[in-house]
Design a binder for this molecule. Sequence first.
Ligand code: FAD
Length: 354
Amino acid sequence: MATRDHPAAVDADAVVIGAGPAGLWAAFELGLQTLAVHVVDSLPHAGGQCAELYPDKPIYDIPGVPVCTGQELAHHLLQQLQPLQVPLHLGQTVAELHADRTGQGEGWRLHTAQGMTLRCRALVIAAGVGAFVPRPLAVPGLEAWQDQQVFYTDPPPDVWLDRHVVVVGPGEAAVRLALHTAAHGAARVTLLHRTDRFTIDPALDDELQAAIGAARVHLCLGQPVAVLSDPDGRLLALEVATARDERLSLPVDVLLPRLGLHPRLGPIAEWGLAMERKHLVVEPSTLQTSTPGIYAVGDVAHYPGKRKLILCGFHEATLAAWAIAERLRPGQRIPLEYTTTSPRLRALLGADAP
Ligand SMILES: Cc1cc2nc3c(=O)[nH]c(=O)nc-3n(C[C@H](O)[C@H](O)[C@H](O)COP(=O)(O)OP(=O)(O)OC[C@H]3O[C@@H](n4cnc5c(N)ncnc54)[C@H](O)[C@@H]3O)c2cc1C
């Protein structure tokens, strides 16, 4: 069901932006309406905030599930979606939205920053607090080397082969990357962090200490404050302020900041949809935004009495899917069916498969 290959263009009845709990549930409900639905998310995995911000923390207020972690909830939602074969386009950030009057009547054309195009007749924005993007390393002028010597996503191995790599960050992503580059051909790997305490589990900490002990990874404690470059404009070193307020020069060929991700609503705020304090204003019985055919559900949606809870997102996603089915099938009655008893829904879900 979750495809990682990204076709150049797809046509769908509905596209859902965001594979958080609200987006995954919208895809499920749209699938039950036998609408062709595609889901797009900027993260490399589904689950939104639950998977990204609190994968191991327990959630106690999903009705019928006394307790599950953020990651378990994402897993269960994907499992539930599985029979409906909804394509998930992960690692794709929707950057542009255009009205599309070609094809089957009025619709929408979306472009992702990674080069994918999707056309649809209805759009569900389930973007939560926004697309998760890497937190930048705040050193003046550093952006000049982005994607040349400074990489916020993992570059191919030949970039670091035989090079002096500096990984910056406090957590698992930074530590794993330091260990990985050290084990795969970097000339020297330095892990740069303010303190010698990392927010990692004990097993990974043991691995890190062993690598430091064997001089496979070098630890540098301090805060980068400036860059040093050569006359050809090549990044040569970071100037690092230590805890004792000394300055040291740390040579660098390849800089890999891994400071975590932060959400940005980004282009969605520029699509001309009515907004209230960075949220999309919707009509609560259909979840339609100020533009007909565009719906918003979950944390990104705003209406009087809105509560940012997962179960509210599920309810909104359900109402939006019904409203979309009615919009795309004008004049047709959309009957209420129970998954327990409806032969049509049971067949869709593979419930009677041997
Ligand atoms: C620490 C913590 C604990 C919480 N605990 C609970 C709890 O116990 N119970 C509860 O009900 N709620 C809890 N919440 C809130 C809950 O996680 C949110 O209400 C829920 O995740 C909202 O779901 P969503 O699908 O609307 O958005 P999100 O989960 O934010 O998912 C949105 C997705 O959209 C993607 N996206 C955004 N913009 C784009 C774009 N342009 N292109 C592609 N993809 C995009 C993002 O990458 C993201 O994956 C908690 C939140 C936090 C931070």
